[in-house]
Design a protein around this ligand. Structure first.
Ligand code: PGA
Length: 252
């Protein structure tokens, strides 16, 4: 059984007083939730504050990116060691905004996946196609490349520590969601790719989140699909009450 895994991605939003107010409100709202994993991936500047606020709580903490070296002359970058030190347990890697705005390649993302695991950070590997790729029927080719290249060189035991987030780029921040059926079909395909790389029990164990305009009013129908194991939520994670409602999705 895959435990539902709901993650928020704050992107480049919030400063300290806002994060502190959110932290207190959200902690109260979700304190009794035990049957789902809850994660917030915050900007680097807020991780220390949130780690203190959520110490000994049921809320996991993550970053949104990192460099693949432990330390060194890499001005402006942040290392897995530094993320662990500040209290992060997870890191989002290969988000579409990093692939497409910051031009990150599959090879770079794969180095980051290895570095995260070597330093005891759990990666959320984002995969997903652009609108023109979907319209050209290339969704499976693109997603397969992201998965195969992202997992390259990972042992089976490391692969089991990775969460995948399927985020069709055309659905991110646009209000357009893939239908639950379309998303589920891609998740099934991703599991097939994982089974080819590893085996079917490994593929069955790896959690696959859906991301792209997940909101309070569509989370229940998305989470009803057998291969959708969670959500990676951008905009709707910025308010504690709406994100708590998403975390508390109703099983239908
Ligand atoms: P969105 O973002 O929920 O605002 O569409 C999702 C993401 O980019 O992870």
């Amino acid at each position: 059984m895959r435990k539902p895994f709901i993650a928020g991605n704050w992107k480049m939003y919030k400063i300290t007083p806002e994060a502190q107010a959110y932290a207190k409100e959200f902690k109260n709202l979700v304190q009794n939730v035990t049957d789902r994993d809850i994660l917030i991936c915050a900007p680097f500047t807020l991780l220390g504050t949130l780690a203190k606020e959520w110490n000994n709580s049921n809320i996991l903490l993550g970053a949104q990116n990192m460099y693949f070296e432990k330390e060194g002359a890499f001005t402006g970058e942040i290392s897995p060691l530094q993320l662990k030190d500040i209290g992060a347990q997870y890191v989002i890697l290969g988000h579409s905004e990093r692939r497409h705005i910051l031009k990150e390649t599959d090879a770079l993302i794969n180095k980051k996946v290895h570095a995260a695991l070597q330093n005891d950070l759990l990666p959320i590997l984002c995969v997903g196609e652009l609108l023109e790729e979907r319209e050209a029927n290339k969704t499976e080719t693109v997603v397969k490349t992201h998965v195969v290249e992202g997992f390259k060189g990972l042992s089976q035991s490391d692969a089991l520590k990775v969460t995948i987030a399927y985020e069709p780029v055309w659905a991110i921040g646009t209000g357009k969601t893939a239908t639950p059926e379309d998303a589920d079909a891609v998740h099934v395909f991703i599991r097939k790719v994982l089974a080819e790389i590893y085996d079917s029990s490994t593929a069955e164990a790896i959690r696959i989140q859906y991301g792209g305009s997940v909101k309070t009013d569509n989370v229940d129908s998305l989470m009803a699909k057998p291969n959708i194991d969670g959500a990676l939520v951008g905009g709707a994670s910025l308010k504690a009450d709406s994100f708590a409602r998403i975390v508390g999705f109703v099983k239908i």
